[in-house]
Design a protein around this ligand. Structure first.
Ligand code: ATP
Length: 339
């Protein structure tokens, strides 16, 4: 449904020759019909810029983008007809009533007069704003306004919805309502939505594209992203001679530090690996730690791995944190290409 190849956007006077700010840097991805894809990245990553280019609101510096097979430069009208776009700040007319506004927007989007009322009713029903159809938009809460923006995006029944930060600025209840609406829309539309909130993607999307500084740094399902979680250490609860256990652990390869607390006859030993490790390395390191403690004459009561959170994975991918390693990103991309 969407194909983006080596997309580059440079703002400012630099043009294609360089010099302006590079907001999107050789970005390539595909979205298939029926997918609900989250476009995730920190502020300034280039999400809005990419979505505005896809929606035909902003020119690109270089690259190619097609929507349902139509090139957005050569066949801009055909591409745009297939897209319902909801910008970050929805430009609603505050003095109009909801139903009037949506009819006006349907007319602009060339919905035939005979079909307009049915299309507007249908869009209002899908986003649950039928009860405020005759309310002046300026009097609505932010959550309702956001849903009117969604109704606007889908009023001409486009197969593809592009939503830029659809829950930005909403309270938790409104966020839940909008997420539910988006999940429902995913049954009939292909959806690409941007967000800088990880839980947003978990709640609404089957797949996530993570971008940072205009580049794609991960592409896969939430489970695939979760698999990037790495182990930073382990907790062993043991009984026996604390010093023997501690020095046995400290002597192991790959152990950076060992700290302990004692409760009754149990010693809680906290190990930190010298570097974050993946699941299979974690299992081997844990086996070695347990046998070292046993060889030191102690009994093991409990073993708990410590793993980084999904938030840490996101931070590592997008900020290039000290544990982030290029080879991880490359191997995940290679895996995705192979799938
Ligand atoms: P946010 O979540 O804050 O909206 P984003 O991921 O959508 O961030 P963009 O708004 O696409 O990021 O911005 C990407 C980069 O391009 C940023 O460095 C931003 O400062 C710059 N930028 C965005 N719009 C313009 C513009 N009109 N002129 C010049 N630079 C811009």
């Amino acid at each position: 449904m969407i194909s983006v190849q080596k997309l580059v956007k440079r703002y400012g006077r630099g043009g294609s020759g360089g010099g302006g700010e590079l907001a999107v840097d050789e970005l390539s991805f595909e979205v298939a019909r029926g997918e609900v894809v989250g476009f995730l990245g920190p502020n300034g990553a280039g999400k809005s810029t990419t979505l505005r280019i896809l929606a035909g609101f902003l020119g690109m510096t270089r690259g190619s983008v097609t929507v349902a097979g139509h090139d957005i430069r050569d066949a801009s009208f055909e591409a745009r007809q297939r897209i319902g776009y909801m910008p970050e700040a929805v430009p609603l007319y505050p003095e109009m009533r909801v139903v009037e506004y949506l009819s006006f927007r349907a007319e602009l989007k060339r919905v035939a007069r005979a079909r307009r009322a049915a299309y507007v009713d249908d869009a209002m029903a899908k986003v649950n704003v039928t009860d405020v159809a005759n309310v002046v938009i300026g009097h609505l809460s932010k959550g309702y306004k956001q849903r009117v923006g969604l109704a606007d995006a889908l009023v001409a029944r486009p197969p593809l919805l592009i939503l830029d930060e659809p829950t930005a600025g909403l309270d938790p209840n409104q966020i839940r309502e909008v997420r539910e609406v988006i999940r429902g829309l995913g049954k009939e539309h292909t959806v690409l939505l941007s967000t800088h909130i990880l839980s947003e993607v978990e709640a609404s999307c089957g797949r996530v594209l993570v971008i940072a500084k205009g580049k794609l740094v991960a592409d896969g399902t939430m489970e695939e992203l979760a698999r990037k979680r790495r182990s930073s250490g382990a907790n062993l609860v043991v009984r026996g001679d604390l010093e023997m256990a501690r020095s046995a652990l400290q002597a192991l390869d790959g152990v950076a530090s060992v700290t302990s607390t004692t409760t009754g006859e149990s010693h809680d030993l906290r190990l930190l690996w010298a570097r974050a490790i993946d699941d299979s390395a974690r299992l081997r390191a844990t086996e070695q730690a347990v046998s070292a403690v046993v060889r030191a004459g102690c009994l093991v009561r409990e073993v708990r791995p410590e793993r980084s959170s999904l938030e840490q994975v996101f931070a590592e991918l997008t900020l290039g944190g000290e544990h982030a390693r290029e080879d991880d990103v490359e191997s995940s991309e290679a895996a995705n290409e192979g799938s």
